[in-house]
Design a protein around this ligand. Sequence first.
Ligand code: F6R
Length: 359
Amino acid sequence: DKGTYPFYMLKEVDEQPAVMRKLVQEYLDEDGRPTIEAGLLNEMKKADRLYIIGAGTSYHAGLVGARMFERLTKIPTQVFISSEFAYEQPIMSEKPFFIFLTQSGETADSREVLVNIKKQGWPSLTITNVPKSTLSREASYTLLLHAGPEIAVASTKAYTAQVALQAILAKALGMTCDQQAATEFDLKQQLGIVAVGMQALVDGKEKLESIASRYLSEPRNAFYIGRGIDWSVALESALKLKEISYVQAEGFASGELKHGTIALIEEHTPVIGIITQDRTAGLTRSNLQEVVSRGASVLTIAAKHLAQPDDTIVLPDVDPLLTPLLSVVPAQLLAYYTSLGKGLDVDKPRNLAKSVTVQ
Ligand code: F6R
């Protein structure tokens, strides 16, 4: 039931702080130690490489997760689009472990991969929102997202739940592998900061409504740019915008724009920069300067400690691995209000279904 909300999507965006708290409660104990089953962690510890498989938004969550696994466990991690991996398996490592990310647990493209890798005898984990779903039943292990039913076709709270749960799993596995970075990562405290920060962002949603109407209601195309983990969020942000508002949006690695795509920048083309990482903030800012001088309407989503006076949205500071949990929220809201402003059916965009059970 969507209660007083006009659309499920807005309700689900608003639920994200509660989902973060729920994950802390489900997967971290009083002292912040992960409570993930030892059987799963010991199996994962044997792996020489992690393979994360997903489609759409779940693939984008995997791009963030891979950075977390590599940083906290030191196990090399690769992310694949399920429909690609299914028909072009790369040269595999000796001891692969597969992580399937799927909100619905029913995505045919992802299931195709699971069926194939099971035949090859490899172990797997499904991270899903739906208990007893097909991919949950067929994988060796399951972790549940506990995000509550997601009704809107555009995935929001499942994405942030996937990112947060991968952080918890990466910490747990890192601790199992005696990695100091994992032991020292105070995820319980950081996810608390995230929940409070998300709440502030959703409470400030009116600002995003006016930005959407001013900058995104007319243009036919838009760009999100960022580097590293911000690029991963740029991909997800662009997908949200295109699928519900029908603005053709691309997520770009900031440094790549000048290698071709900058030709598309015209007067008033919206370019939204995501700036949360110390090492790359200055570089992304200079890439934004390049598009400003070609007439683009530049908006910025910046972490507080890197913020400048005319940034559009300022995010509370959090551990650099967890910034996607905050930077994606304004992007979700921009997509929502652009769609709403155009009078579209936000929850049921054309040509799309909530779970895609054909390949
Ligand atoms: C986008 C969206 C889709 C799904 C994709 C995978 O907002 O919802 O891109 O993320 O179809 O679905 P699941 O996660 O159910 O496997």
